[in-house]
Design a protein around this ligand. Sequence first.
Ligand SMILES: [Fe+2]
Ligand SMILES: [Fe+2]
Length: 216
Amino acid sequence: MVQDGRVPAGDVSRRVGVEVIEARGVDSKLLVEKLIDAAGAEFTTYYYYTILRMYLAGHEDYKEICEDARLEDRAHFELITPRIYELGGSLPFDIRTFADRAGCPDAYLPNTNNGKLTIKPGEAVEVKPAQILEVLLEAERCAIRTWSEICDLTFGKDPRTYDLAARILNEEVEHEAWFIELLSKERDGVVRPSGHFRRGEPGEAPYSKNRGFYNP
Ligand SMILES: [Fe+2]
Ligand SMILES: [Fe+2]
């Protein structure tokens, strides 16, 4: 029972979990929209990273890092999606609607005419690893901006959304550092260490899956 008794006993049309954050100043409808946009970005990025990773062929080290970032984006989608429903929202029923409203640009494979290029089996796309690493880096930067905004909207008002967003943000900040390291060395020949330690397993997502950290 909520303290001021505004939600009558047994009323399932209202949510105390929403009303308490509204009372603290959160616009829950706006928050739901932003979470759907953010979830869309995670989901589409997971898709595009699948392609980008394929075209890092021959660079097993880059592929491994890309794989962690890819699988962790899927973890981010799955971490945040339940929160949309808890707040009374819903994912769009059409995946095209969902992809179109993603909060970050499409992470197209370079030299594919913004994804419009089609190739037949056996044909190749000419793309350099540095070009792919640049796309990966900018996708991570968009994710950092997105989750920082969610953190700002919820800090001190909606501890649950804040906690989820902060856990995702932890990993996005790591991802940016990883791709700065790889791009700097690959493109410019300059060493800029990221502080990267290997994940225990691919896409371990230590924060967003609440796994043990580096030294369990
Ligand atoms: Fe992500
Ligand atoms: Fe990421």
